[in-house]
Write a protein that binds this ligand. Structure first.
Ligand code: ADP
Length: 175
């Protein structure tokens, strides 16, 4: 991968709600009305106004993305995307939908003048997507997008555990 593209990508361990970026991405569910995991953490940190705005959006199909304000978060925006629930018998469908999550989130970022964006490991919690396979989709889709869209300056992949971070670091070291 070109150095210019890799320089725009950062892998971190930590809590996405604490990041001072233009937008953080939420691994939401189709209702957009909050849930557990990263979704719950984002709603708690953003405050009740986030849920009020999400009510007006009216849901989001799997693979698509919607944008809201960030309210009490340091991030100006939250981009809500809905990852696939992983089914090993339908790997191709899951991969296509996860690819769309990253792609559609990045398109929304561009359209809203978002230059710095952070992604959690979408679908890798309750939705059961294997982390190594999801990491490949996340990184490959993002790199391809960055090649064609120079306006995005920084993409942070933020992982909750050191072990998960290592998977991303190792994949990025070999592409
Ligand atoms: P999904 O339903 O899409 O699987 P989850 O929220 O269950 O979403 O998990 C997605 C990933 O986000 C998991 O790898 C989980 O460890 C991670 N995660 C949970 N909370 C946070 C947080 N506050 N910051 C960053 N990552 C988080």
């Amino acid at each position: 991968m070109e150095k210019e593209i890799l320089n725009k990508i950062e892998v971190r361990q930590g809590d996405i709600t604490q990041l001072r970026v233009d937008a953080i991405v939420n691994a939401a569910n189709t209702s957009l009305l909050g849930g557990g995991g990263v979704d719950g953490a984002i709603h708690r940190a953003a405050g009740p106004e986030l849920l009020a705005e999400c009510r007006t959006i009216g849901g989001c199909p799997t693979g698509e993305a919607r944008i809201s304000k960030g309210y009490n978060l340091a991030a100006r925006h939250v981009i809500h995307t809905v990852g696939p629930v992983y089914n090993a018998k339908k790997k191709d469908d899951a991969q296509r939908l996860l690819n769309q999550c990253y792609q559609n989130s990045l398109i929304l970022a561009l359209e809203n003048n978002v230059k710095t964006i952070a992604f959690p490991a979408i679908s890798c919690g309750v939705y059961g997507y294997p982390l190594e396979a999801a990491c490949k989709v996340a990184v490959d889709t993002t790199c391809e997008f960055l090649k064609n869209n120079a306006a995005i300056e920084k993409v942070i992949f933020i992982l909750f555990s050191a072990q998960d971070k290592k998977v991303y670091d190792e994949y990025l070291a070999k592409i």
